[in-house]
Design a binder for this molecule. Structure first.
Ligand code: CIR
Length: 255
């Protein structure tokens, strides 16, 4: 069975952190409707949804991906790179404790879950503005006991590693090679985002399907041409908060 932890929108989403996009009004009702449709899509693909409430004092709390990394043997609670997001981890840690033993990144380390992706026993970590070397060292020593290898990846543009590269099938990634260094992924099959859609490198693999945002039809065609089955979701409102499709859930298998 798959579990997806999600979190409702904060009524103060308008005060979210922004790094690469200009602030523009976010329509709360429209964003909530898109988020509910996203949860319904995850449920239709076999996820049991564990929905946590959004918090007024935590504007970015809908983006649960950044609060934790869930692997088969354990979950690691992050210490987000911006102070405004550090209060988000407690509720997610409480929810995850039912499913995995927990470890955590400690100060001075900072790491966002959006910078971490796992393929087999390799954990790729993006060197972004949110994730520092102290946290990468901590992650490496936590995971060596569990027989994972940690590989670092330079993030050249975009907020996180997963803004520019995500898994889309077994040993296959969708990648924007201008945004992230492709060399660490050399051993994997790589599908490039369509050049007309640079932000399309954030898609979500779940239950054998890949969710693609409706704004990226050309990249969706590339995935379909590579025999990858896709589903489309509308994510335009939360894109204004710099969120993509992976950001709004933590998905993991439960035996
Ligand atoms: C932030 O800047 O932290 C939020 N406004 C957006 C976080 C998106 N998370 C993600 O890509 N994993």
């Amino acid at each position: 069975m798959l579990v997806a932890i999600t979190r409702g929108l904060s009524p103060n989403i308008q005060r979210c952190e922004l790094t690469h996009v200009e602030r523009q009004p976010i329509d709360f009702e429209r964003a909530s409707a898109q988020h509910r449709a996203y949860e319904a899509m995850l449920a239709s693909l076999g996820c049991e949804i564990h929905h946590l409430p959004g918090e007024p004092q935590l504007p970015d709390s809908v983006f649960v991906e950044d609060t934790a990394v869930v692997l088969d043997d354990l979950a690691i609670i992050m210490r987000p790179g911006v102070a405004s997001r550090r209060g988000e981890t407690a509720a997610v840690a409480r929810a995850l404790a039912a499913f995995r033993p927990l470890q955590s990144i400690e100060a001075p380390g900072t790491m966002d879950g959006g910078d971490v992706l796992c393929v087999d026993r390799t954990v790729f970590v993006g060197q972004s503005t949110r994730t520092n070397e102290a946290a990468i060292d901590q992650l490496r020593s936590l995971l060596e006991h569990h027989h994972y290898e940690v590989a670092t990846v330079a993030v050249r543009h975009g907020l996180h590693l997963k803004s520019g590269v995500v898994p889309v099938a077994e040993r296959t990634v969708l990648i924007n090679r201008d945004w992230v260094d492709a060399i660490p992924f050399d051993g994997l099959r790589q599908i490039n985002v369509d050049p007309s859609e640079p932000p399309a490198g954030n898609a979500l693999l779940v239950g054998g399907r890949v969710l693609v945002a409706s704004s990226f039809p050309a990249t969706r065609r590339r995935l379909e041409q590579a025999s990858i089955r896709t589903e489309v979701v509308d994510a335009t409102e939360l894109a204004k908060a710099e969120g993509g499709l992976t950001c709004c859930s933590l998905i993991f298998a439960v035996r």
